[in-house]
Design a protein around this ligand. Structure first.
Ligand SMILES: *[C@@H]1O[C@H](CO)[C@@H](O)[C@H](O)[C@H]1NC(C)=O
Ligand SMILES: *[C@@H]1O[C@H](CO)[C@@H](O)[C@H](O)[C@H]1NC(C)=O
Ligand SMILES: [Zn+2]
Length: 430
C-alpha cells in the first residue's frame, strides 16, 4: 500500500514535470531591444511602415514620441536583419539597449523566486510592496484588505479565461457622492502598473490619517489587474505578453485592450492584423474585459469624477484625446491639473515626466480607455500615465524590484493631485 502511494506520488510528480516541459515558458535567447533615434518625419514614416509596407510585426516597447524622439523595438533572430535594413535605408541611428533579453528575464526570475508570497488569509500587513506578485497573490491581498478594514471587494466581471476583474472600494462613506477609479495592467507585461495599485491600497489603508480628506469624501476604486489573463500569461508562459488572450484569430491570440474601446475605434494607430501587438479587435468592444469595465464605469458615470489608466513605460502624464489632434472642451482645466500633477510626480525623485494630451506626446492611437471615459462617459478628470523607466533606461518592462517603491510613489503623488482637484471641483460631473 505504501509503495503504491509512493508510486502514485512519483507518477503525479513526473506527469506535472512532463506537462511543464510540454508547454515551456517562451525563451528570448537571441532577442535584443534596440534604441532608435527618430529625427525626422521620414523616420517616423519608416517605423510606422514596418507592418504596413514590409509586413514585419515588430514589438514596439516604446513607440516614437514627437520628433526628435526615440523608439524601442524588440528584435528577434528572425526579424532583426530586416528591421535593421529598414533603419539603414532611411539613415536611422540605433544602439543596442538590451543585448540578451533572456538574461534579464532570468535575473528577474531569480529575484521573483525569493519574494515573500502573499497567501489567501494572510494579514494584509504581510504584503511586500517592494516586490512583484502574481494574480493569485494580488487577489488574495484584496480579499484580506477588504476583510480587515471592512471595504467592499468585488469584481466588475470576468475575463475571457474566467478570472475576476477584481477591485476594492476604499473610503469611509460608501454613499459618497463622488467616486474615483484607477486601474493597472490593461497591458499584461507592464508589471509596475499592477504593483503600483498594491502600493496605493497599502498607503490608503495603513496611513489613513495622511489621506483623511480623500477617504472622507470619495469612494476610491482600485482595480489592480484589468487584463488578468494576460498578466497570468506573463508570469507563467511569456513575460513579454501585452494583449488579452482571446482567439485564436488567424493563428494569433489576443487583442490590444487599449485599442478596443468603442469610441472612434479603429481611426488611427491601431492594426487590423490579429497577429499585431496593436490589434484593435474584430469589432469595437470585442473583448469581454473591455465590455465589463465599461459596464461598471457606465453604471457609475454620474458619480465617477476621475478615471486613471496606469501603464509603463516612458514617464508621461496624459489626457485625451488620442484618436486625433483634438482637445476636450475643458482643456484649460484638465491641462492645468496635469501640469500640477506632473510637478508633484517629478518632485518625488527628480524624474522628468512630461504632461500633455496623448497626441501632444505620441502619434495618434484610437480606441483607448481615456478617450472613451472622456468622450463617451464625460468623466472630467480622465488621465493615463506611463510610469518608469524613461526612454534612456536599459531595462524597459523588466524593471528591477528595487525601483517599485520609487515608481509607485511617483505615480501616486500625481494621481492624488487629480483626485483632489476632482474632489474639490464643484462643477465636476461624471
Ligand atoms: C502564484 O505564486 C504562488 C507561489 O509560487 C503559486 O503557488 C501560485 O500558484 C501562483 N499563481 C499563479 C496564478 O501562477
Ligand atoms: C448608505 O446608503 C444605504 C442605502 O441608502 C443606507 O442603508 C446606509 O445606511 C448608508 N450608509 C451610510 C454610511 O450613510
Ligand atoms: Zn500600456
Amino acid at each position: 500500500m505504501q509503495s503504491l502511494s509512493i508510486f502514485l506520488v512519483t507518477l503525479v510528480a513526473s506527469a506535472a514535470l512532463i506537462s511543464g516541459l510540454v508547454i515551456p515558458k517562451k525563451q528570448f535567447t537571441g532577442h535584443s531591444v534596440l534604441r532608435i533615434k527618430v529625427e525626422s518625419q521620414v523616420h517616423v514614416k519608416a517605423l510606422r511602415s514596418l507592418e504596413s509596407v514590409h509586413g514585419i510585426l515588430a514589438d514596439f516597447w516604446l513607440s516614437p514620441k514627437k520628433i526628435p524622439g526615440i523608439a524601442h523595438i524588440r528584435v528577434t533572430p528572425d526579424n532583426e536583419e530586416k528591421i535593421v535594413q529598414v533603419l539603414k535605408e532611411v539613415g536611422m541611428k540605433h544602439e543596442i539597449m538590451i543585448d540578451d533579453l533572456q538574461s534579464l528575464i532570468d535575473k528577474e526570475a531569480e529575484s521573483l523566486a525569493k519574494r515573500t508570497v502573499f497567501k489567501a488569509g494572510d494579514n494584509p500587513s504581510f504584503i511586500t510592496t517592494n516586490e512583484y506578485h502574481n494574480i493569485s497573490e494580488i487577489h488574495a491581498y484584496l480579499d484580506s484588505v477588504g476583510t480587515k478594514y471592512g471595504y467592499k471587494v468585488d469584481s466588475v466581471g470576468q475575463s475571457h479565461n474566467k478570472l475576476d476583474l477584481k477591485y476594492i472600494r476604499i473610503g469611509k462613506n460608501p454613499n459618497a457622492t463622488k467616486e474615483v477609479f484607477i486601474n493597472g495592467c490593461i497591458h499584461a507585461r507592464e508589471w509596475l502598473g499592477c504593483a503600483t495599485m498594491v502600493y496605493i491600497i497599502n498607503e490608503l489603508t495603513t496611513k489613513p490619517d495622511q489621506y483623511d480628506d480623500l477617504l472622507s469624501n470619495l469612494n476610491i476604486y482600485v482595480l489592480p489587474v484589468l487584463n488578468p489573463d494576460g498578466y497570468d500569461y506573463t508570469w507563467n508562459k511569456d513575460r513579454m505578453w501585452r494583449k488579452t488572450r482571446s482567439g485564436p484569430r488567424q493563428g494569433c491570440y489576443g487583442v490590444d485592450p487599449n485599442r478596443n474601446w468603442d469610441y472612434k475605434w479603429g481611426v488611427a494607430g491601431s492594426s487590423s492584423n490579429p497577429c499585431s501587438e496593436t490589434y484593435d479587435g474584430p469589432n469595437p468592444n470585442s473583448e469581454v474585459e473591455v465590455v465589463n469595465i465599461i459596464k461598471f464605469l457606465t453604471q457609475h458615470k454620474n458619480t465617477i469624477v476621475s478615471y486613471f489608466d496606469i501603464h509603463t513605460y516612458s514617464e508621461d502624464f496624459m489626457f485625451p484625446f488620442g484618436y486625433a489632434e483634438v482637445y476636450p472642451q475643458d482643456l484649460t482645466k484638465i491641462r492645468n491639473v496635469a501640469t500640477s500633477a506632473v510637478n508633484a510626480v517629478n518632485s518625488v525623485n527628480g524624474e522628468q515626466f512630461v504632461s500633455g494630451s496623448i497626441t501632444d506626446i505620441v502619434y495618434p492611437a484610437s480606441g483607448s480607455s481615456i478617450d472613451y471615459t472622456k468622450g463617451k462617459l464625460n468623466i472630467d478628470y480622465s488621465y493615463a500615465m506611463e510610469l518608469r523607466p524613461d526612454g534612456n533606461a536599459f531595462n524597459g518592462f523588466v524593471l528591477p524590484e528595487d525601483q517599485i517603491i520609487a515608481g509607485a510613489s511617483e505615480c501616486w503623488a500625481g494621481v492624488q493631485v487629480a483626485f483632489r482637484a476632482a474632489m474639490n471641483d464643484l462643477q465636476a460631473t461624471g
